[in-house]
Each structure stands twice: as structure tokens, then as C-alpha cells.
Ligand binder design. Sequence first.
Ligand code: GLA
Length: 342
Amino acid sequence: MSAVRAFGPGRVNLIGEHTDYNDGLCLPFAIAAGITVEATAGPEGTIEAEALDLGERDGFALDDDDHADGWRAFVRGVVAELRRAGHALQPATLKISGDLPRGSGLSSSAALEVALALALLAHSGVEEPDRRELAKLCSKVENDWVGAQTGLLDQLAALCGQDDHAIRIDFRSLAIEPVALELGDWRLVTLDSGVEHTHAASGYNDRRRECREACERLGVDSLRDADPEAAARLPDPLDRRARHVIEENARVDEAVGALREHDLECLGELLDASHRSLRDLYEVSVPEVEETVERLRDAGAAGARIMGGGFGGAVLALLPPDARPPDGALEVRPGPAARVLA
Ligand code: GLA
């Protein structure tokens, strides 16, 4: 039987950080780099998988519900959740490869989840479900099998991104609106801080808890509904956490406006404002990230900010035409969404 291959892209979040799990707004895009999963027929009743970059292999029964660690958690989780959703999967041998550095803030996890899901479905001859539903399924894998209580940002960006566009996602309605990303001679780059962030072990889950507590005290379902004045009266640090979310949502729409008006200076200022808020109000930065931000500013960035869950990972910067990216910076552009490759 012939092989099928599916690709899951990494993602960059232009702005709108720590808003997805607060029913808020984000402006991510899928990038060209990502993870590819090749599926071929496997031995009866089993899933075999090989992570090519690690030189590791594993195999398990198709109906095995045991949890595992590392990349194996993703494979087992995706197989189990697809089956639970009623998809009849065929035995498969999977080969996983890619060009996204793990833990770098470009969401290699979501890229792997969506590539696994699309490869397994195509290999099994199952019609692709609605992409928002698939994003939720992949997010469940992240929450229940990998142990990170992340939101839906990464999976939706990977599955619903559009070439040449960022997408404005409203996490309350899951409405997605493409926004053309016309940068001319300007460039977006990411630069790794060198600190690997593992969500499960980091303060990410603490921030989610704090947001829930802020909601309970304010008597609202989500911080999307929080009144700024009431939020300012919350005890520290809940007041600052809520203020970040409220203002970050507003910055997403200001960024959409700046892009529509081709005002890239303004976009740069918004990235800086987002960074200050993530550093001082949401407190998800670390010294290595601050040094990385400084390096990008020294290189002439019009704006730079920590991206993703925080506590390490990558910094995103907007560089005007005359700025030279520092060594190690990766230029990022919007690419197409996750897909089965011909
Ligand atoms: C990580 C999570 C996302 C989102 C961001 C913060 O990337 O996976 O769901 O919460 O952090 O914006």
C-alpha cells in the first residue's frame, strides 16, 4: 500500500498572548516550517511510530489506552482521541520528521498533533472532519495526554492558517477572519532565547489558575467580560493578570487596524507594548528572554516581544528594511495551513 504524508506547520503569534483561554482575541499565522508524518500500512492491530530526528521507535496496540512520555504521548493521544471520536483507524507505521526546533515557541507540539491526525485519517480513508473540531481534538491530546493545559491557539493556527495572511481568531465564537500580512521590505523574525519552555512544568498552568480565580471574584465566565475598573480592584497579582488580558485583546484589534493601514511603525509599537505587559503584568518573561529582546532592539527592531506560553522560547521581532537580523534569527512568513501532501 502506498504512503500518505501530512504536514503540520508551526505557528507564529503576531499578537494576542494568553488570551485564547480567556475567550479573547489572537492574531497568529501558520509558517512554512513544520512536522511531516508519513503513514504506511502497519502490522495487524498496531501502530508503529518512529521519530526520525531522535532515532527512536515505538509500537503499541491500536486499542491500547496507556499513556506515555515525550513524543510517544502525542502519538498515543492522537490515535486514542481519533478512535474515541468514532474514526476507524487502520494499522499504520508512522515516520515523523520535521524542521521545527522543539520547545522554541513555534509550537512544534500542535504541528505534530495535526500532522499525526491528518496522516492517520488519510491513511485510513476517513474523510477529514471539520477543522475547528479537529483543533479541539488535538488540543484535548495536549491537555489530557501531554499534560499541558494549553488553549486552542496553536492548533487553530496550524489547521486554519492562510497563505500570506494572519488570522484574527475570536475564541468566544471561534470566528476566524483573514488579515493580509503585507510587510513590503520589512521582515518578521524569531530568535530563540535558548531556554526551553515546557508548559507542563512552567508557570503556564499557574496563570490559568489565576485567571480562573480572577473570574470567580469578578463573577464573570471569562476575562473577556471583565470590567476594567472592577478588575483594577482585584488583589495583586490578579489585578495585573486581568489588566494584561483586557488590554492585550484591544491590542489585537489595533494591530489588525495597523496592518490594514500598512502602518508598520504602529505594529512595532504594539509588539513592544505587548512585551511590556507580558513582562510586568503577566510576568511570563525570564532574563534570557529579556536579553534576546535587547539583542533584537540593538539590531534595529521596530518592536519585539516574547511569544507563546512564556518562561523561555522564542522572541518575535519586526525589522524595518535597513535592520540586519542578529545571528541565529529565523525569518518567518505566513504559509498554508496543515494539509495532506500530494
Ligand atoms: C501557548 C499555548 C497557547 C496559548 C499561548 C499563550 O502557546 O499553547 O494555547 O495560550 O501559549 O498565548
